[in-house]
Design a protein around this ligand. Structure first.
Ligand code: HEC
Length: 172
């Protein structure tokens, strides 16, 4: 019972957007810039070798999808943000058929579009935090301040033609 209340409280404080991260990332992007991400709308899930990913976006991004990016040829607008929330998976212990569901929160990667602020990476800022369940807090995954350019953007360049975004909004 006590355990349940504690879990409930942690959930509420997460929803309230309380700061669970003190330090900004090495490239100066702070976790608090993505405040409210827990309630963003889903774009699409993805299953990778790393676990289960849920890719979500803020209202600016969802509106851009509704207006037809990337087919309409427009770039993702400034102010748009993505979160890619990753969990390990486990077999649902209650489901009568095999179902993989989220287990432990591992990390969250973010992308934020601001063409003036991030000219070196074609307008995209990248941030990534690892989650520590014991302290219910996040810490930056990378120490090198140019990880966004050297690691993230380098690979996202594969989809340069879609303004560096892999995930499309599937019919639902
Ligand atoms: C080796 C290639 C690769 C690297 C490196 C990479 N990504 Fe991605 N990223 C992808 C792919 C592929 C997807 C599509 C979704 C998926 O596979 O889960 C993606 C999706 C995303 C998304 C959702 C938006 C989209 O483009 O689909 C975010 C946010 C994201 N990555 C952030 C990051 C961050 C932050 C870093 C650096 C710490 C990073 N990525 C490094 C390949 C990469």
């Amino acid at each position: 019972m006590k355990q349940k209340i504690l879990v409930g409280l942690a959930f509420i404080s997460a929803l309230a957007g309380e700061d669970r991260v003190a330090v900004p990332g090495p490239n100066g992007i702070a976790f608090s810039e993505f405040k409210g991400y827990e309630a963003w709308q889903a774009v699409a899930p993805s299953v990778t070798g790393d676990g289960l990913m849920m890719i979500t976006g803020n209202a600016v991004l969802i509106k851009a999808y509704q207006e037809g990016i990337p087919e309409n040829g427009k770039p993702v607008p400034d102010g748009a943000m993505f979160a890619k929330i990753g969990w390990t998976t486990k077999k649902d212990p209650e489901s009568p058929y095999p179902a993989q569901v989220p287990d432990t929160l591992k990390r969250i990667g973010f992308m934020i579009k601001d063409s003036k602020r991030f000219p070196e990476t074609d307008g995209w800022g990248y941030a990534q935090w690892l989650y520590d369940a014991a302290s219910n807090s996040f810490k930056p995954e990378y120490a090198d301040k140019s990880f966004g350019k050297k690691l993230c953007h380098q690979c996202h360049t594969i989809v340069k033609g879609k303004d560096f975004v892999f995930t499309m909004f599937p019919v639902r």
